[in-house]
Design a protein around this ligand. Structure first.
Ligand code: FPP
Ligand code: MG
Length: 400
């Protein structure tokens, strides 16, 4: 994994990315409308270009490599999976509603399943399931009911974590509407999050596959650990980026990676094929969060449906700040005091924009997308396999 920029931090990030890969390997051996919802943001295209030109300028002086180009296939994954996806939210709501007799719990628990999200997780889970099925059985195998359940479970675990997260972050908005904690008291909201998770657990146990149960349970432990890690900070630059990458894997990538792996296992994939699914998801997940962290600095609140510069206000130093820190060491004490002093948030925001931090973050996200494309290319050619490659383009170019 090569990285943009002349800094020492880039060289170290390169090593951590490789390390992350080998840790995972070791551990394993023990509708069109939505594509529009992602939006293609000219800004990020500009970032890519500026990133590449910066890269060319520094090519002779640092050990690095071109990130390559992302695919330009004419497959729309949401349209491809329209039939598979159209009832996912209805089915989740029904599953939640029939497991409680408490009207208010029904309302709170189903609040985020309004069909307004990107449905990235169910879409990618079903895409991977179909790509793996095709790889193993060609036309003979359609989507298994159990694989569709994993798509639903994945979205449910995700939403359960968002419900909790909005309480922890004292959020105001999500997806353009008041967040759940604004409308109901925190005790009820926390229990509604637990309820979604509990129903997801029942659905996992109905799959009656121990390895899939372990794989999906790992996600929940990772989510909680990732969130816990976010509450703390590290003193040195070195520790901070490693801490950030591990936190990012746990908070975001683990859910996508392990859901991919679960769909592969349900198809009867062997270890190495399940690992391809896992690594695809891990890389897409890391890229997704890196872009999310970048958008927090560049996207408008209206586009995001939630406030921007929110991470700094929450005291969080994400990749753009960590990269910027190398050029502007005055960010170090601000990171340590979690941007609590008056003017910290504004100054840090300005320094990130003056530095190459946004381009470097974009570059790193792009590297992960390219690795995801590489993993997907080891599967037999099919529209689904192409769709997996298109997803990386949606992730890198999204505007919300
Ligand atoms: C969003 O982060 C939050 C997450 C991706 C995970 C949150 C996890 C927990 C609260 C642990 C509990 C988990 C379960 C399953 C009960 P963000 O704040 O960076 O993103 P945002 O801007 O969308 O809020
Ligand atoms: Mg949050």
């Amino acid at each position: 994994m090569a990285c943009i920029g002349p800094g020492r931090l880039c060289a170290r990030v390169e090593k951590w990315c490789q390390l992350g890969h080998s840790i995972q390997v070791r551990r394993r051996t023990s509708n069109y409308v939505r594509i529009k919802q992602f939006g293609i943001q000219p800004f990020t295209r500009t970032l890519v270009q500026s990133c590449q030109s910066h890269h060319r300028r520094t090519l002779s002086s640092i050990r690095t490599q071109q990130p390559g180009s992302l695919p330009d296939y004419q497959v729309d994954p949401y349209r491809l999976l329209e039939d598979d996806l159209k009832d996912v939210y209805d089915d989740i709501r029904e599953e939640l509603q029939r497991n409680t007799t408490e009207p208010e719990l029904k309302t709170i628990a189903t609040y985020y399943f309004d069909g307004q999200g990107k449905a990235l997780r169910p879409m990618v889970a079903i895409l991977m399931a179909r790509a793996i099925n095709y790889h193993m059985y060609k036309e003979k195998s359609g989507l298994l009911a159990s694989q569709r359940q994993v798509a639903m479970i994945s979205e449910m675990i995700h939403s359960a974590s968002l419900v909790h997260d909005d309480v922890v972050d004292q959020a105001d908005f999500r997806r353009g509407k008041p967040s759940v904690n604004v409308l109901w008291n925190h005790k009820k909201v926390a229990m509604a999050g637990d309820f979604i998770l509990a129903v997801a657990c029942m659905m996992i146990s109905r799959l009656q596959d121990d390895d899939v149960t372990i794989t999906l349970s790992q996600v929940v432990t990772d989510l909680i650990q990732g969130e816990f890690m976010q509450l703390g900070s590290k003193e040195t630059e070195n520790e901070r980026f490693a801490h950030y990458l591990t936190k990012t894997y746990r908070k975001t990538a683990s859910l996508i990676a392990n859901s991919m792996k679960a769909t592969a296992m349900l198809a009867g994939a062997d270890e190495s094929l399940s690992e391809v699914a896992f690594q695809y998801g891990r890389n897409v997940g890391l890229a997704f969060q890196l872009v999310d962290d970048l958008l927090d600095f560049v996207s408008s609140s209206a586009a995001m449906g939630k406030p921007t510069a929110a991470d700094l206000k929450l005291g969080l130093a994400t990749a753009p700040v960590l990269f910027a820190c190398e050029r502007y060491p005055e960010l170090n004490p601000m990171i340590m005091r979690r941007f609590q002093e008056p003017g910290d948030v504004e100054r840090a925001f300005e320094l990130v924009h003056k530095s190459q931090g946004l381009e470097q973050t974009q570059f790193l996200a792009r590297k992960h997308c390219i690795e995801a494309v590489r993993q997907a290319s080891s599967l037999t050619d099919s529209p689904y396999q192409k769709g997996l490659q298109v997803v990386t383009d949606l992730v890198i170019n999204r505007m919300k």
